[in-house]
Write a protein that binds this ligand. Structure first.
Ligand code: ATP
Ligand code: MG
Length: 646
């Protein structure tokens, strides 16, 4: 297992950004941000080009963040209209359904027509600039159509992941005050039906949801559903006879584009608000450079549009770049564990982007399901969502990418809009487990608990010292929460909530959320590093590490471990795993408790919910808090019963 992969010279030869370009452009981006971002803004079509580029104060008592503030543009026009002349017949979206027999595609021309028709539909239903629209759909092209139609008329969308319950949906409807919901009769995932419309009906019986006047329903499965007239309307009926053109609304760069709730792994989800100009400049530029995008690439990001990754890197970034995007409505293990790679072969995917949780789940099944496919079209692999342990990184690189494709480990957040720390594949040498170096314009710093900036090799709390165009502008309806959450802890800086280490080469290693850093006898230990050592054992599929009370050390280390398919836990294996951590990191990091976990509690975007595990490890099972964003609340019961501290 190597821990260093220099840029492949053959890849670099034709890359968009090479090593010396990176250094030169990065230096310019932080020394002359105004000039740099003015030039970068030229990648979009502006109705009125911006002359005021950056106007920002991170002072918590007087906070404002404005980019390109006198510019006017329309996001949907940038994702569609401007491509029509040269790319009208190019495929914009390849849809791959849950059922391997189902796929279809739309050209840019066709997508433009659909978006115009739906924008007209929305207008007919009384939706105007500034109105909020909730989108609760499966991963079908209509989700992108609905988002772009909102953007076209200046309505603010709030996409809610189709896996959320009626209660979670209701709280998001109430928070946004939406007038209209776009949903489907049902969704299908892994062969199972999801009652989307019934969930909407139920959510609308909850308090504070009476703002909703219309529910537009896409027919996906054709099953019988309850229809309430005149509130409920069929998408296909409404679209009939609509004009295929629709003028786009001129929007100020700082007009809201969407709100989106974070995944809720640390607490109550926040309604993150993103605006138009800076967001699109930033997502399109990061997408183009981190994936080294080419005109003929087939790009596939497996994230759902319900997450920010689906916003920035399924819809807005790629379509602004005129890319061909695969939209996948299925899951990695249906019909079997080969599905991802079969889809790669079927559509000749060149750029593939997924999450560590999926990589680890597939790794658990061995190399067989991967190796029976070709994957020779692949050029770049990406990962996002959690720290990726080097073991999984290497498997992804070696088995999935046949040691041919650079892996871009992109660190970013719902709040940041786009990639913040990421390799550029032709420019930056790779170290498995490190998100490497900052993107253009991003100024990371590591501070200690008192906010003192650390120099050189160090670890601590990751902050960003200056603004970048893709930054969120506020928490919807609660600006004070925005200020308090991100700008009060280390005044003058944006606080990410993540811990990080910087090595001698200036590379950043995300060690997990700051709340997850464990203080053992005064030593700060990142959960990610202990987990990584555990997962390096061939019998371990996944591990989650949290702190627990410890009389002598202050905090002890409590590990939850999931074994690979077919293995069972034993006392001997516990000893072996603890010895492994001792060897890899040192005795200080050796787990005090190791509990076998048939599976781990995860958010619906696949992230381990450590705050729940922490409560179990602290023997406070009655204080688990809000578990409504868990994908499968059932897994918690077993872990509580089998807990080791009682
Ligand atoms: P909430 O803020 O509600 O707790 P969340 O932080 O999980 O939810 P997201 O914005 O989707 O919501 O996730 C961003 C977080 O995911 C980052 O702060 C970081 O902890 C983690 N993360 C994302 N990408 C990476 C990566 N490449 N390496 C390490 N961690 C990552
Ligand atoms: Mg977060």
């Amino acid at each position: 297992m190597s821990d260093f992969y220099p840029v492949d010279p053959a890849f670099a030869a034709s890359a968009r950004v090479r090593k010396d370009d990176y250094q030169r452009m990065y230096a310019r981006s932080v020394q002359e941000p105004e000039a740099f971002w003015k030039e970068m803004s030229g990648r979009l079509d502006w109705i009125v080009p911006p002359t005021k580029i950056k106007n920002v104060s991170f002072d918590p008592n007087d906070l404002y963040i404005r980019w390109f503030e006198d510019g006017q543009l329309n996001v949907s026009a940038n994702c569609l209209d401007r491509h029509l002349a040269d790319r009208g017949d190019k495929t914009a979206i390849i849809f791959e359904g849950d059922d391997p027999g189902e796929s279809r595609s739309l050209t840019y021309k066709e997508l433009h027509t659909e978006v115009c028709k739906f924008a007209n539909t929305l207008k007919n239903l009384g939706i105007a600039k500034g109105d909020r629209v909730v989108i609760y759909l499966p991963m079908i092209p209509e989700a992108a159509v609905a988002m772009l139609a909102c953007a076209r008329i200046g309505a603010v969308h709030s996409v809610v992941f189709g896996g959320f319950s009626p209660d979670s949906l209701a709280s998001r409807i109430a928070d946004s005050g939406a007038k209209l919901i776009v949903t489907a009769d049902e969704g299908v995932r892994g062969g199972k039906k999801i009652p989307l419309k019934a969930n909407v009906d139920e959510s609308l019986t909850r308090p504070h949801t009476s703002s909703v006047e219309t529910v537009v329903v896409v027919r996906r499965t054709g099953s019988a559903i309850h229809f309430q007239s005149p509130r409920d309307r069929w998408y296909h009926t409404l679209m009939e006879g609509q004009s295929e053109t629709c003028d786009y609304e001129p929007m100020n760069a700082e007009d809201p584009l969407f709100t989106l709730y974070t995944s809720g792994s640390t607490g109550q989800p926040k309604g993150v608000l993103h605006t138009s100009g800076g967001y699109l400049v930033y997502t399109s530029l990061t997408h183009e450079l981190a994936f080294d995008l080419r005109e003929d690439d087939i790009y596939w990001c497996t994230a759902d549009v319900g997450w920010v990754t689906g916003h920035s890197y399924v819809v807005y970034g790629p379509l602004a770049n005129g890319a061909t995007v695969v939209m996948f409505d299925g899951v990695p293990n249906y019909p079997d564990f080969s599905r991802f790679w079969q889809v790669v072969d079927k559509h000749k995917v060149t750029l593939f982007y997924t999450a560590p949780t999926a990589i680890r789940a597939l790794m658990r099944e061995g190399d067989g399901p991967v190796k029976k496919t070709s994957r020779k079209s692949l050029r770049v692999l990406g990962t996002v969502g959690e720290p990726i342990n080097p073991e999984a990184w290497n498997w992804y690189y070696r088995v999935v990418g046949d040691e041919r494709c650079p892996v871009v480990d992109t660190w970013w957040q719902t709040e940041t809009g786009g990639f913040m720390i990421t390799p550029l594949p032709g420019a930056i040498d790779l170290k498995p487990g490190s998100a490497t170096l900052p993107f253009f314009g991003v100024k990371p710093a590591i501070v200690d608990a008192d906010g003192k900036t650390q120099e050189g090799e160090c670890s601590g709390n990751l902050v960003i010292t200056d603004s970048w165009p893709g930054q969120m502008r506020t928490v919807y309806g609660d600006h004070q929460r925005f200020v308090d959450t991100y700008f009060k802890t280390y005044p003058g800086n944006y606080f990410t909530g993540d811990g990080a280490r910087r090595d001698a080469d200036g590379y950043y290693w995300i060690t997990g959320r700051v709340d997850d850093v464990i203080n053992v006898s005064g030593h700060r230990i990142g959960t990610a590093e202990v987990e990584s050592a555990l997962v390096a054992h061939p019998k371990v599929a996944e591990a989650a590490v949290v702190g627990c009370p410890h009389d002598i050390k202050g905090q002890g280390i409590y590990a939850f471990v999931t074994l690979v398919a077919g293995e069972t836990g034993s006392q001997a294996l516990v000893k072996e795993l603890i010895a492994e951590v001792r060897k890899e990191i040192g005795s200080i990091a050796a787990p005090d408790y190791l509990q076998w976990a048939p599976s781990l509690p995860k958010t619906r975007s696949g992230k381990i919910m450590r705050r729940i595990l922490r409560k179990i490890a602290e023997n406070q099972p009655d204080q688990l808090g809000d578990v409504s964003t868990l994908a499968d609340p059932g897994v918690v019961k077993n872990l509580v019963e089998e807990r080791l501290i009682k």
